[in-house]
Design a protein around this ligand. Structure first.
Ligand SMILES: Cc1ncc(COP(=O)(O)O)c(C=O)c1O
Length: 382
């Protein structure tokens, strides 16, 4: 029996101490204990989302936060632009189409990052755009978009146009600074870099976005973010929250504090470098250029048959689960998640397993090649 290793870009493994905190026992959500818990987690959440403002917590999956951002920040008939570079940009587009918004899509080739200059040119061809929506990390392609430059492009188009960012697969694994990057609203979920089970979603808004949400007449109920911010003033939630996940979140934030947030981000970058060096040493091709590669998920290409063998045998022979491509990238890439409760030695394990699989499949000796490259990438930096 070998220990299982879940290296998907979410859900991700849960630290044992987080699991035990979640198992400590239920508390009433209308109790002082819960209010204290809610108060205690705000500072850590603010640090991780890079904001001075309170962070609303919804008990639902990441998509609810994407939808909450839209229904609170866009009024009926307003024009918005969505950057679509993969499955989750598509998610934003599909949500937007559900509502009476005037939706413009800025399509980016899957595997590429949005080019801020071209994006600004596109934006300038549209009139009266009230909000721009983008992923930070497009999980389906493992790209990170240049948020700072995109934020500048949005604000130079019109300083009142809101910049809304989906950080679901990256918040907690990379530094965020909403003010510096001109982000008016940043959303994320619990089950990725934040080392929790699925079930919590987070919404951070600056004062401009909060005001727009307060004034917006679009009908909504559970996703009316004003209710969450109002309840936060009393360290509470408007509806029964996923109490045990919030208990676990308190432990997660303690872990960030113990390891040091900067060290957590560096660990993610190190895992990224190790994987890219190791996979390249096996002749595998990276989908994404180094400049736009995500510190939380890595996508690589090869022939469809070889990719299938790698994914299947990782699972059947090595107890390691990784993810395939989605939609138009199905059969063309594999994705390894490296976020949250994952470490450099996990990268060594998955690379050693891929060496063994490819040595057999290609009938050539690959032992040690990826591991050596990854070790050089990691220890060479220390
Ligand atoms: C970037 C991104 N946005 C949104 C989502 C949707 O989150 P959920 O599946 O929790 O609704 C995901 C999930 O993988 C994601 O990676």
């Amino acid at each position: 029996m070998e220990q299982k290793l879940l290296l998907t870009p979410g859900p991700t493994p849960i630290p044992p101490e987080v699991s035990s905190r979640m198992a400590e026992g239920m508390i009433g959500h209308r109790s002082n204990d819960f209010n204290k818990l809610m108060e205690s987690i705000q500072p850590g959440l603010k640090t991780i989302l890079g904001t001075k403002n309170p962070v609303a917590i919804l008990s639902s999956s990441g998509t609810s936060a994407l939808e909450a951002a839209m229904v609170n920040l866009v009024r009926p008939d307003e024009s918005i632009v969505i950057i679509v570079s993969g499955s989750f940009g598509d998610r934003f587009r599909n949500i937007a189409k559900t509502y009476p918004f005037d939706v413009h899509v800025y399509d980016v080739e899957w595997g590429q990052a949005a080019d801020p200059e071209k994006f600004e040119e596109f934006l300038n061809t549209k009139e009266n755009v009230k909000a721009v929506f983008s992923q930070s990390c497009e999980t389906s392609t493992a790209v990170i978009h240049p948020l700072n430059a995109l934020g500048e492009a949005v604000k130079s188009y019109n300083s009142e146009t809101l910049f809304v960012v989906d950080g679901v697969s990256i918040v907690g694994g990379m530094k965020f600074d909403m003010e510096q990057d001109n982000i008016d609203c940043l959303v994320t979920g619990s089950q990725k870099a934040l080392m929790l089970p699925p079930g919590l979603a987070f919404v951070a808004m600056n004062d401009t976005a909060r005001q727009k949400a307060a004034d917006n007449e679009l009908p909504r109920f559970y996703l009316d973010i004003n209710r969450y911010f109002k309840a936060l003033e009393d360290h509470s939630t408007p509806f029964t929250p996923a109490v045990s996940l919030i208990q676990g979140l308190e432990r997660v934030l303690e872990i960030y504090h113990e390891e040091g947030v900067e060290n957590v981000f560096e660990r993610h970058r190190n895992m990224q470098d190790m994987l890219r060096a190791g996979l390249r040493a096996l002749g595998l091709t990276m989908l994404v250029a180094d400049e736009y590669a995500s510190p939380t998920v890595t996508a690589f290409q090869s022939g469809e048959d070889e990719l299938k063998v790698i994914k299947d045998q990782l699972k059947s022979e090595h107890q390691i689960t990784i993810a395939g491509g989605q939609k138009e990238l199905k059969g063309k890439i594999l994705r390894i998640g490296h976020m949250g409760y994952m470490f450099p030695h996990d990268m060594i394990r998955v690379l050693a397993a891929i060496e063994a699989i490819l040595s057999d499949y290609r009938n050539e000796n690959y032992y040690g090649r990826a591991v050596a490259a990854a070790q050089e990438a990691y220890y060479g930096k220390l």
